[in-house]
Design a protein around this ligand. Structure first.
Ligand SMILES: *Cc1c(COP(=O)(O)O)cnc(C)c1O
Length: 383
């Protein structure tokens, strides 16, 4: 069986976990947390990055830092994971769903001016598959209206937009280290504090509303309750596991790039023959190679291809059902037809097995089976 996803493992995780156990202290903001944060700050060119327990958690921190409250609106793509709006809804915001572009499947920046109101607090773009949103246009609308931009960069660590690392472009950015993402420690994330305006409060919110970070740096003799906050720190054991993966970031991303290009090369001809779209990458974007998808002409074609692959022992996966049509999205007024591109893409998109540890042989089999399916369909069409 070829699984849809195998969590990344690079080999040094156990060694660092052992070191972390020998430290004798396992709580958050320990030595491995600091090493992960310093590595990420250096690699991404951000002055302050805080590890969190998940990307969801980092987005919830962002909502706290923005002082999101009842009546605020937050613009999100409908084609995303629930955490993108949920983190803000938790603090009383109303999600406003934007449709996506037909090419990159990212939030359609052309819709933003129409969706802005006096209550808009933030725009939360998601770099789908690790390919950048149109950040210049998004930042321009945001600054014109004085609203924040929080990048949900769960898919895109080390991807770039016009040379800038994804997640570092808005005022705040969020990363995920869940098992399904490029880098994992099981459950984990990070908040990128790009706008120095948030830096002071960020580490207080992170440490349960206290100035424990200052205390640990020896700046104050004892720490106390300073602001609202919560427990956003992962255990240093998780940071140790993650550190092994972050150290191997070049190898991980390069392997994923190779696999992504092999899919492109192996499927391009078949795809164009059958009017199937593959991921689109604008020339000024370097993707993070998070996933590989096929956009089939119809929902039926997707169902048939998924069934064919399953019969051959290959797992594939659909992606986000439109959030504006979910039970919760409808409670916020979402209705059929609000986001036509999302609605259409959602029923036609199929993701192929894709993970760092996938072998060439496994991928060759997937490519062979996808091509074989298409041939049979062509024969059926001719008949
Ligand atoms: C995975 C994902 C999240 C949530 O990440 P967690 O680390 O599991 O909280 C949020 N947004 C997007 C776009 C995701 O893909």
């Amino acid at each position: 069986m070829i699984p849809f996803n195998k969590p990344t493992l690079v080999g040094k995780e156990l060694q660092y976990l052992t070191e972390a156990i020998h430290q004798g202290s396992f709580c958050g903001n320990g030595p491995f947390t600091k090493r992960c944060q310093a590595l990420l700050e250096q690699a991404l060119g951000v002055s302050r990055i805080l590890l969190t327990t998940s990307c969801t958690d980092a987005l919830e921190m962002a909502a706290l830092l923005l002082d999101v409250r009842d009546g605020d609106e937050v613009i999100v793509p409908s084609f995303t994971f629930v955490s993108t709006p949920n983190a803000f809804v938790l603090h009383g915001a109303t999600p406003v769903f934007a449709d996506i572009r037909r090419d990159t499947l990212n939030i359609d920046e052309a819709q933003l001016p129409r969706l802005m109101t006096s209550r808009t607090k933030a725009i939360v773009p998601v770099h789908y598959g690790g390919v950048a949103c149109e950040m210049d246009a998004i930042l321009e609308v945001a600054s014109r209206h004085g609203v924040a931009v929080v990048e949900d960069n769960a898919h895109g660590p080390f991807g770039t937009y016009k040379g800038a690392p994804l997640g570092t472009i808005g005022g705040l950015g969020a990363l995920s280290f869940h098992d399904t993402k490029n880098f994992t420690c099981g459950e984990g994330g990070a908040l990128l504090v790009n706008d120095p305006e948030y830096a002071g409060r960020a580490e207080i919110v992170w440490e349960k509303g206290t100035n424990r970070s200052s205390f640990l740096r020896g700046e104050v003799g004892k720490y106390t309750w300073m602001d609202v906050g919560s427990s956003h720190l992962p255990s240093d054991l998780l940071a140790a596991f993650l550190y092994a993966q972050l150290e191997a970031r070049v190898e991980i991303q390069s392997r994923r790039r190779t696999l992504w290009v092999r899919y492109q090369d192996g499927l391009a001809e078949w795809a164009s023959e059958h009017e199937i779209a593959l991921p689109v990458v604008p020339s000024y974007c370097e993707p993070a190679y998070h996933l590989f998808f096929l956009l089939l002409p119809t929902a039926e074609a997707r169902r048939d291809l998924a069934a064919h692959l399953k019969k051959k022992g290959i797992q594939s996966a659909v992606h986000y059902p439109p959030l504006h049509l979910s039970a919760m999205g409808r409670r916020f007024g979402g209705a059929d037809g609000d986001c036509p591109v999302t609605e259409s893409v959602s029923e036609r998109l199929l993701r192929l097995p894709f993970s760092t540890g996938m072998t060439d042989a496994e991928q060759d089999m997937v490519i062979r089976e996808v091509n074989a399916f298409a041939l049979r369909q062509a024969e059926v069409n001719r008949g």
